[in-house]
Write a protein that binds this ligand. Structure first.
Ligand code: ADP
Ligand code: MG
Length: 296
């Protein structure tokens, strides 16, 4: 549905995006993840037509007049107005009026969990409530493509749950979503596809399961009374951690079987033997050498 080709963007001498290419299929939740300053917001501002000066091309395939809902990283609401008035303002901008405007506002206030605050002014809202309202405003015109820039930064757990529910509801409704975050767990929970961005470049992209398969070596945790020398003599390569040995392998089941048979031969029972589930975070680290968690 959306094709991004050879996009580069400079701010003065800063190269914020360096020849970025992406294809975002219709109806998927597409995660965009990378450390702070890697170019995420710049890229989605270009897709959202907020930044209009750049090199390259953005193409909406078969969706020329497709409606786009953009939720910026920085909340933009009228603080002195009520939740309802803010929502109605965004609705009117997109041509809603009369009964349709009223009904949409009511329904969305329920979806974002702010029905009881309908007539309260925004300046008294918590950060999480403002964030939810900002999302509601972007959904007034029932967009086909919804772009959320770091929607959970600095919000309370309750708001975070609401935001996840909103995203899941949009997914069920068949919407296309671009979800920008530097929290890998969120991407793993919500998204079907992901693009890793680092220093303005797309490092890798694709379906999450496929990416995990392609990049991740499995790790086995093994803890036993066997000596390191003995284990080494059987051809295992490992690193030592507090709780035992971590053995990297491309054939995890075979490796586990071999560990069990070496244990049996030596008449011992391992204290621990288990497989680590591959994680997106590890793939990102392997590709970039950057740990997202250090970027807080
Ligand atoms: P992210 O959203 O991943 O944190 P941004 O797209 O906001 O990254 O920023 C990418 C790079 O471009 C950073 O180096 C940032 O400092 C720079 N940058 C972003 N916006 C501007 C701007 N308006 N003027 C100058 N530099 C900017
Ligand atoms: Mg950003």
């Amino acid at each position: 549905m959306l094709q991004v080709e050879h996009i580069s963007k400079r701010y003065g001498t800063t190269l914020a995006l360096d020849n970025v290419a992406l294809t975002i299929p219709k109806g998927v939740c597409y995660g965009l993840v990378g450390p702070n300053g890697s170019g995420k917001s710049t890229l989605i501002k270009i897709i959202s037509r907020i930044i209009r000066e750049y090199d390259g091309k953005v193409e909406f395939v078969g969706n020329e007049n497709g409606r786009l809902g953009y939720v910026p990283q920085d909340i933009s609401l009228e603080e002195k107005l009520t939740a309802k008035t803010n929502m109605e303002f965004f609705g009117k901008v997109h041509g809603l009026n009369g009964l349709k405007l009223k009904q949409t506002t009511k329904k969305l206030l329920e979806d974002i969990g702010l029905s009881e605050r309908t007539n309260d002014v925004v300046e008294n809202f918590s950060g999480g409530m403002k964030r939810r309202l900002n999302i509601g405003c972007a959904l007034m015109h029932d967009p086909d493509l919804i772009i959320l820039d770091e929607p959970t930064v600095g919000v309370d757990p309750q708001s975070r749950r609401y935001i996840f529910n909103i995203v899941n509801r949009l997914k069920k409704a068949g919407k296309t979503i671009i979800y920008v975050s530097h929290y890998m767990e969120e991407i793993e929970t919500l998204c079907d596809y992901v693009a890793f961005i680092d220093r303005g470049q797309i490092i890798d992209e694709g379906e999450i399961n496929e990416l995990l398969k392609r990049h991740k070596e499995s790790s086995i945790m093994f803890n036993s009374s066997l000596s390191h020398e003995l284990i080494k003599s059987h051809g295992f390569e490992f690193s030592v951690v507090n709780s035992g040995l971590i053995i990297k392998t491309k054939k995890p089941l075979e490796t586990m079987e071999r560990l069990i048979s070496v244990s049996k031969e030596n008449n011992i029972v391992p204290h621990q033997l288990f497989l680590y589930k591959p994680k997106l975070e590890d793939v990102f680290f392997k590709l970039t050498g950057t740990d997202l968690r250090d970027e807080e």
